[in-house]
Design a protein around this ligand. Structure first.
Ligand SMILES: Nc1ncnc2c1ncn2[C@@H]1O[C@H](COP(=O)(O)OP(=O)(O)O)[C@@H](O)[C@H]1O
Ligand SMILES: [Mg+2]
Length: 287
């Protein structure tokens, strides 16, 4: 069964004013338990607006959002529960850090859930480990950490609530390639340990290509496509036309295909490209 589902979800900002803007337009989709989903689209395509519906931060102008088959707005008293079950990490979450120590910052969410001290401690240690923060950092002030470390503290704070669905809005924005790879590999480790559903918003295909099960692409408030990663990459031409960066290696293979040299064009990792190239070379040498 799907864990998250939207039915004709529509959201319009500033209804009835000159600034009226429909940011999500009749989007229907289903996300299954345990999936790792990449959410892509150019800036302003509606990604952030869409995901803020998944934990009830925004209420649909029309249409519905279902969590485990139930409309999250059906009973407003349950909305608090929804926010514990669907954890949302905003873009640049490090700006929301405010506690005196890293430990207390990560513990903030679990504390709010009313968990006991032992359970809170277990969760803080476990998530700090998942996200690559060493134990000696836990008693430090988060403000003494590097930008990348602060971001990991903020992500750990949401992970520590152990949400069934974890949503990260552009978790790698503004980081250098090393910081980006580190965060992504830690998120992947968390996914492997918990098997929880994860949505990662990104405007870079390179970021999510290697580990998303499925990719959802937004374009001008509409759902452009939502399919297995490989199938989305097979449409790389269209994807680059709507303003998304296609990975360099994908572009190389698109060009090789155009020139009749390669057959595959849905190539999106350097490792797979190497395998294909070696095979092609082997064939040539043998002939
Ligand atoms: N608070 C807001 N008020 C009015 N318009 C907004 C607001 N937030 C976003 N928008 C508009 O909604 C559209 C979608 O924005 P957003 O969901 O932030 O896209 P993305 O996350 O893909 O960049 C954009 O045109 C944006 O300008
Ligand atoms: Mg956004």
């Amino acid at each position: 069964m799907s864990i998250l589902k939207t039915e004709e979800l529509t959201y319009t900002y500033s209804v009835g004013t000159p600034f009226e803007k429909t940011a999500v337009d009749h989007v229907s989709l289903e996300i299954n338990e345990g999936e790792m989903i990449g959410v892509m689209g150019h800036t302003g395509s509606g990604k952030s607006t869409l995901i803020q519906h998944f934990n009830g931060l925004l209420r649909p102008t029309s249409g519905r959002v279902l969590l485990d088959g139930r409309d999250i707005w059906e009973d407003k008293d349950k909305l608090r529960d929804v926010r514990f079950q669907v954890g949302l990490v905003f873009q640049y979450p490090e700006y929301q850090i405010f506690e005196e120590t890293v430990f207390r910052d990560i513990a903030f969410g679990p504390k709010n859930m009313g968990l006991d001290e032992a359970e809170i401690k277990r969760r803080v240690l476990e998530t700090a480990n998942d996200i690559g923060l060493s134990e000696e950092l836990l008693e430090r002030s988060p403000f003494d950490l590097s930008g990348g470390q602060k971001r990991r503290v903020a992500i750990a704070g949401v992970m520590a609530m152990e949400p069934k669905v974890l949503i990260l809005d552009e978790p790698t924005a503004g980081l250098d390639p090393a910081g980006r790879d580190k965060i992504l590999s830690h998120i992947r480790a968390y996914h492997e340990r918990t098997k929880n559903t994860i949505l990662i918003v990104s405007h870079s295909m390179e970021d999510i290509a290697t580990f998303a099960d499925r990719i959802l692409v937004m374009n001008n408030a509409k759902l452009f496509c939502f399919d297995e990663t490989k199938k989305v990459f097979a449409r790389a031409d269209e994807i680059s036309q709507i303003g998304l960066d296609v990975p360099q290696i994908t572009r190389v293979f698109m060009e090789l295909k155009k020139r009749g040299i390669a057959q595959d064009k849905e190539v999106y990792t350097v490792g797979y490209a190497k395998e294909l190239l070696l095979k092609m070379l082997g064939r040539r040498e043998g002939s």
